[in-house]
Design a protein around this ligand. Sequence first.
Ligand SMILES: [Zn+2]
Length: 311
Amino acid sequence: MQGNIISMFWAQKTLKDEIACTGIGLHSGQKVNLRIRPALPNTGIVFKRVDLPGKPEVKAHVLNVADNRLATTIGQDGVTVSTIEHLLAAFWSMGVDNAIVELDAPEVPIMDGSAAPFVYLIKSTGLKAQLASKKIFVLKRPLRVREGDKWIHLTPVSELELTVHFMIDFDHPLLKKQTYTFHFSPTRFEKEISRARTFGFLKEVEWLRAQGLARGGSLDNAVVIDEFRILNKEGLRYKNEFVRHKILDLVGDLALLGCPLIAKINAYKSGHALNHKLAKQIWRNQHLGQIITLTPPQKTAITEEATFCSR
Ligand SMILES: [Zn+2]
């Protein structure tokens, strides 16, 4: 495991070449063209709205979260980009540090409701290591966030590992108490988490539609459940696909920190709002951990400077 983390994180990475796809926005129902370009070291993940005058940019950063009611939306100077979490989870997990994401609509395409299409695109072009050191955040003291009956606990670990243990507990016969433990590595993310689709209850979908939302939602990009059964003819991709998707969302939301996190995460019923609260707490309480700078080829330098990548 340690080998995986070090080999993955010794330097910043970007894409070897640009990749592109077309899809629809889950909430807007609008067609979206997405083009992801390689970027210089220390760029981070930057979204560029090419449909707007001046092609304004919004950086994927926890301090830029503008809305989290249904998906993760970031914004800067009134320009927003929504539903970024599945793409960010794919970048973070596959080790993409720097990229420019151009899109001609306010929402990242939902594709099949999972991160698998983005993982496929990233793997199809491959990654290029860059001559720039990489920071990781190693938690040294516990951290807890809570909202009602939902909570997330973070504890330090002795190895350079990220483990996520998640439990959901819905008042529904198909969703009662699902748990999953994910030991982070790019390969495990691809196999165990990336294919888990977003899900919703039929009643909620009907309500969202009445509000003008979920216009692009269909059985092609979400698992939909009525009171007793799954409406998708093909069934589930994993027996516990729901909790795995919650881990996917959490990973995508923590990617807003801009660098990898080393800790053990225990989450209960969390969603985007609590995930962002956690990411903000980590950002604001950097004294709870240590920033380690990994430099090529195998030298590890511990910095005194306690700062994340810039906003
Ligand atoms: Zn999701």
